[in-house]
Design a protein around this ligand. Structure first.
Ligand SMILES: [Zn+2]
Ligand SMILES: [Zn+2]
Length: 147
């Protein structure tokens, strides 16, 4: 897929650059590649490492590591990097939440949407019963004076 290059400020150094899809200027992209390589090397040498350990030992910005996780860069060394679940803090190796939290969140979303549906049904019921409460309209088919 080709996206038209556009001029913007590099999120790494703030310099104006032409974005060709990298999201960073060439210099920062190279630097980022170096850092990512460093992190990957570190992870290969230290299986089952946690994100906070990587940050501590390599001094790499946690945002870069999270971005790498998001892009699945540790997939080929699966299970090597663990990071805390966004909800309970238990160490996980993929997704944003551990299995339990995913299940709980799924339930929460379901109950919220159930409630919304129930509320909508109640509103509709009310509107319908309101309509039937109105006095029936009489339509004279013939002139009542002629009856
Ligand atoms: Zn830059
Ligand atoms: Zn969790």
């Amino acid at each position: 897929m080709y996206s038209r290059p556009k001029l913007k400020n590099c999120p790494g150094c703030g310099k104006l650059f032409t974005d060709t899809g990298l999201g960073l200027c060439v210099e920062c992209y190279r630097k980022r590649e170096e850092i990512e390589k460093q992190v990957l090397d570190y992870v290969r040498e230290h299986p089952k490492v946690t994100v906070s350990q990587i940050v501590e030992d390599t001094g790499v910005d946690i945002r870069i590591i999270k971005d790498m996780l998001r892009r699945g860069m540790f997939m080929n060394i699966k299970g090597s990097v663990s990071y805390p679940c966004s909800r309970c803090g238990k160490l996980i190796t993929n997704g944003a939440y551990c299995a339990e939290c995913s299940a709980i969140l799924h339930e929460e979303i379901k109950s919220v949407s159930d409630k919304m549906i129930a509320a909508r049904n109640a509103r509709m019921k009310k509107a319908l019963s309101g309509a039937t409460r109105q006095p029936p309209k009489i339509h004279w088919t013939t002139n009542p004076n002629n009856l």
